[in-house]
Design a protein around this ligand. Sequence first.
Ligand code: NAD
Ligand code: UFG
Length: 337
Amino acid sequence: MAILITGGAGYIGSHTMVELLEAGRELVVVDNFLNSKPESLERVKKITGKNFKFYEVDLLDYDALDKVFCENDIDSCIHFAGLKAVGESCAKPLLYYHNNITGTLNLCEIMQKHGAKRIVFSSSATVYGKPASVPITEDFPLSTTNPYGETKLMIERILKDLHAADNEWSVSVLRYFNPIGAHKSGLIGEDPQGIPNNLLPYITQVASGKRECLSVFGNDYNTPDGTGVRDYIHVVDLAKAHLKAIERAETVTGIEYFNVGTGIGYSVLDIVHAYEKATGIKINYKIVDRRPGDIDECYANPEKAYNVLGWRAENNIEDMCRDSYNWQLKNPNGYGD
Ligand code: NAD
Ligand code: UFG
């Protein structure tokens, strides 16, 4: 039986494929390269020496996705495919709702039809909105501040209703905190298009000389040094959480939510300093205004993932900075054209 990976060519999908292939799993992968390149899949093969079936399919194309299930024995799915840029989601809400929600509805309908009722879904800490306190546990109130976050929350609700209607489903909702870093080989990593929105890809491009100076968005937050605090997690640790989640899903039905973070909060300036320490390169930065919508602090209580999945993050912040720089050095233009 195979695991369907939607969005496998993307940043987290490609790292998860490596872990699954190395664990001997059979994979069927779909992606439409909306935000990725075919080269990432070639690199996954290079790292693992293993192969998998790939379909260039858009989740919005019901018939094409149905065909993937007709041609393969798929019993479970790890669902990464979706658009993820917060700012873009505010400018193009319909694109985000259509792609993320309709794509997931198609997927779930087809899974149901083929009796494949196991899904691991990529949710986000963004569903906690502006948390009243930290660390965050899974039972915190949910709310969102932008269309992207709204799609994550809506999909969580769709999956909850799906399980309520048919309790043969096994649903694992993984709420990721801030994934960074890259595979140690330097063959796969994050390949943002244009100016990076997120902190680590931006710092990495400053370190490599591609950009002059990091803008630190505000130093008047209610945090120890005034800059925003987040829970950064190595993408390989995050990838390993998916293997644990799928192993558990094979033995139980039900719906469960898991925070996937380290439980440690680092400020923007902590990250700048950790990056400098890990690479020996000075990071130029300047303090600018806050970015609209940003919150003071966000970090996980990851105990449930440890108690139920037996998963815990292993890499520290310097590992994350070093590996992201290694990827940048080896691939100055990402996966290229
Ligand atoms: P990514 O953009 O690198 O990967 C997503 C992949 O999905 C891309 O390869 C893209 O081409 C594909 N895709 C998008 N829409 C599709 C469609 N309609 N049909 C087929 N393929 C489609 O993003 P990522 O960082 O790897 O994130 C994976 C998932 O994790 C996303 O759902 C994202 O919202 C979620 N997530 C990411 C972060 C983060 O900071 N990276 C944090 C929390 C949650
Ligand atoms: N930051 C800067 N300068 C930059 C970029 C970011 O100072 O150039 C700061 C932000 O203000 C924030 C921190 O660095 O304090 C982290 O910002 P990111 O953009 O890297 O990450 P966010 O926490 O804002 O959001 C990310 C994803 C969201 C996801 C969320 C929770 O982009 O999609 O994590 O998982 F919802």
